[in-house]
Design a protein around this ligand. Structure first.
Ligand code: UDP
Length: 337
């Protein structure tokens, strides 16, 4: 992959499930910049039509097998990037059936449609939530996986599905287990926009902007240095870049591989809040509340494998830049207009 694709080369099509969502839309932007045509397949149940700026949109649900078959027939993608999923720990804990149906049954439909269409390359968004609580160790791809909630369990199930279809049908997969994704496109064309918002950095920004009451810290009695949960935050553009590298890996025929995408450095909720002033110029109004069910005390990962094998680099994954980019995006008004 070069930074300046040959303008005369035929465009290669990638089907991007969840391309109207936060991470998927950033991947689409980068795919388009790299000479691919991203075709978004998205139900718009949590995504935004306004985020689909870099290629066509197929508005349909992964549970709709006929719509999947039609999309594969029309576009004949060389690969799939599979982002579409529900991803809120609290909701998953309250309503696990929703997560098993959407994330697991939807992925099975997708994989079977790929097999039938002869599309054999998939980059899959998995999660650090598949690891569960691991006493604060820095995780690697061989760490044991014991998810604490239905979100992590549903992603782990899809990882198993990909392995099985690799054996039975020669499906090639790159699985990315990501840690906490944050920030936005530095050009603020696209960004994170969930309704309702539950993720720490955008909630913090809404609290700073006065768009919601004070941020509630979910628990300060965890076994961490300040009692609040520790997470490893990665910039969404760095993550998008890893996905394009994973796609190249598959198209080069390098086979199945799992990669963690973290920075190796964890920040507590209190430390993220303390950085808010550097990124936005404002302090965050906050208070303390009870723990949120399903939260692990600490999740941090190294990314040695992704760095050494994919050549992945983290260019914007400092807390300050992630908060700055998220703040710049928030001030555009997002997709609310
Ligand atoms: N968090 C919090 N208050 C909020 C949102 C999140 O204290 O309003 C905490 C949450 O309990 C977790 C961390 O921030 O420890 C990151 O949560 P987020 O929902 O952003 O991502 P997750 O780790 O669940 O994927």
């Amino acid at each position: 992959m070069t930074d300046t694709p040959d303008a005369t080369a035929p465009k290669r099509i990638v089907l991007v499930t969840g391309g109207a969502g936060y991470i998927g839309s950033h991947a689409c932007k980068l795919l388009a910049q790299q000479g691919f045509t991203p075709v978004t397949f998205d139900s718009l149940s949590t995504g935004w039509a306004q985020a689909v700026k870099f290629g066509p949109l197929v508005q349909a649900d992964l549970l709709d097998r006929a719509a999947l078959d039609a999309a594969f027939a029309e576009y004949q993608p060389c690969a799939v990037m599979h982002f579409a999923a529900l991803s809120q720990v609290g909701e998953a804990t309250r309503d696990p059936g929703l997560y098993w149906r959407n994330n697991v049954c939807g992925s099975l439909n997708l994989i079977e449609a790929m097999v039938d269409a002869g599309c054999s390359n998939i980059v899959f968004s998995s999660t650090c939530a598949t690891y569960g609580d691991q006493d604060g160790i820095v995780l690697d791809e061989d760490s044991s996986q014991n998810p604490l909630n239905a979100y992590g369990a549903s992603k782990l199930a899809v990882e198993g599905m990909l392995r099985d279809f690799g054996v039975s049908h020669g499906l090639n997969s790159v699985i990315f287990r990501y840690f906490n994704v944050a920030g936005a496109d530095p050009e603020a064309e696209i960004g994170e926009w969930h309704q309702p918002e539950t993720h720490l950095i955008p909630v913090m920004i809404e609290a700073v902007a006065g768009a919601r009451p004070a941020l509630v810290i979910h628990g300060n009695d965890y076994p961490t240095h300040d009692g609040t949960c520790i997470r490893d935050y990665v910039h969404v553009m760095d993550l998008a870049r890893a996905h394009v590298l994973g796609l190249d890996w598959l198209l080069d025929g390098r086979g199945n591989r799992v990669f963690n995408l973290g920075t190796g450095v964890g920040f507590s909720v209190a430390e993220v809040i303390a950085q808010c002033r550097a990124g936005t110029g404002h302090r965050v109004p906050h208070s303390f509340g009870p723990r949120r069910a399903g939260d692990a005390a600490a999740l941090v990962s190294g990314s040695r494998r992704a760095v050494e094998e994919l050549g992945w680099t983290q260019e914007r994954s400092s807390l300050k830049l992630m908060i700055e980019d998220a703040w710049r995006w928030y001030k555009t008004g997002g997709y609310s207009g």
